[in-house]
Design a protein around this ligand. Structure first.
Ligand code: HEC
Length: 94
């Protein structure tokens, strides 16, 4: 039950957040993150979770088919979340 309560908290987060990349083209991982990672919860920021947690969560997302990605896209999104927060990511909420 603890997990469910947590999921509900995540889902009441803002679904209408708009992400813009300023001054450069988005990387492939950023494009996935922008397009596919904000529909169920607020987009989890890079460098905010331990690598163990990111990998566990992404395996769960993949297993439950929350997002459909190619193997190299899963690897890219994991590297993105484990890496530093890149420059130029601007979030606005409408
Ligand atoms: C279909 C709904 C859905 C989509 C789409 C989705 N997620 Fe999630 N995500 C969840 C749920 C539900 C949780 C709550 C914990 C759990 O059950 O894994 C979660 C939790 C997480 C967590 C853990 C957050 C924490 O604070 O512990 C991360 C990281 C995450 N998601 C990343 C992503 C990324 C990256 C994408 C895009 C590739 C994505 N999610 C797309 C449903 C989704």
């Amino acid at each position: 039950m603890k997990g469910l309560a947590f999921a509900l908290v995540l889902m009441t987060g803002c679904a209408t957040e708009q992400i813009t990349i300023v001054g450069r083209e988005p990387t492939p991982a950023e494009s996935i993150w922008i397009a596919k990672c904000g529909s169920c919860h607020r987009r989890v920021r890079p460098a905010t979770q331990t690598p163990e947690h990111v990998e566990k969560e992404m395996a769960k997302h993949q297993r439950q088919r929350r997002v459909k990605l190619a193997p190299e896209e899963w690897a890219a999104i994991i590297a993105f979340l484990e890496g530093p927060m890149p420059e130029g990511i601007v979030s606005s909420v409408r």
